[in-house]
Design a protein around this ligand. Structure first.
Ligand SMILES: Cc1cc2nc3c(=O)[nH]c(=O)nc-3n(C[C@H](O)[C@H](O)[C@H](O)COP(=O)(O)O)c2cc1C
Length: 220
């Protein structure tokens, strides 16, 4: 698989098969991802990877708990801009539309959102965190590392879904994996596994802004 194929075939998978993923494959991916770039070569990312019993135990704890208030960090600030709110709404419409869930059916939407607890059935969950003193440039570095992982996962025939939703349970998660809440912020999870190729939720059309709206070329 070349890079273009990895980019084109990566999508957020929200229905996984229960096929397990072995540690050697994950180590190969994470070892290669160490070469992701970062400003000043700080390499700010850290992660814990769970499967099997420890993962199920965490999911049970989340299920028996309520989302923390306030959340670990706000991910929804761009909603204040009409342009970005529309993008979110379009994504929601495509996603819920694929499952035949209407806009009015808030109960089904809520239940689907709670499927985040189970990482949509993925057998592996990578939990990404880093020191709280990291600023926006380092958050961006972590994003590059995560995308590197998600593309390398494609090369291994694996699929992923990033999950900032985990920020609702950040303290509980950190306690579970033995990470100090005072020093470290939990950014997100990455669900890892094999996609259910037939699930409509894995097959809806995804919108993207045209290049002409995002990029300025000059001097060509
Ligand atoms: C950092 C990050 C966090 C995300 N968190 C969630 C999440 O908690 N739950 C979820 O279902 N999707 C989550 N997503 C997936 C986005 O909704 C998805 O990337 C976007 O809609 C574009 O779709 P695509 O990934 O299929 O191309 C997240 C994506 C990123 C990059």
């Amino acid at each position: 698989m070349n890079v273009s194929e990895a980019v084109a075939t990566r999508r957020s998978i929200r229905a996984f098969l229960d096929t397990p993923v072995d540690r050697a494959t994950l180590e190969r991916i994470l070892d290669k991802a160490r070469m992701a770039p970062s400003g000043c070569n700080f390499q700010p990312w850290k992660a814990t990877v769970l499967t099997g019993k420890p993962l199920r135990a965490l999911q049970q704890k989340m299920l028996a708990s309520v989302p923390q208030d306030p959340i670990e960090y706000s991910w929804s600030d761009p909603e204040q801009s009409d342009k970005h709110l529309k993008r979110l709404q379009q994504t929601g419409a495509s996603m819920y539309g694929a499952m035949g869930i209407t806009r009015q059916d808030e109960e089904s939407r809520r239940r689907f959102s709670e499927a985040n607890i189970y990482s949509y059935g993925a057998p592996v969950l990578l939990l990404c965190y880093f020191e709280r003193f990291m600023g926006p440039p380092q958050w961006s570095d972590v994003g590059m590392w995560l995308q590197t992982i998600m593309l390398l996962a494609r090369e291994e025939g694996l699929d992923t879904c990033a999950q900032e939703w985990m920020a609702f349970y950040a303290r509980l998660i950190k306690e579970h994996i033995g990470v100090d809440d005072e020093t470290d912020i939990l950014f997100c999870g990455i669900a890892i596994g094999h996609r259910d190729p037939d699930a409509p939720i894995n097959n809806f059309e995804r919108d993207r802004v045209p290049l002409s709206e995002q990029i300025v070329f000059d001097g060509f």
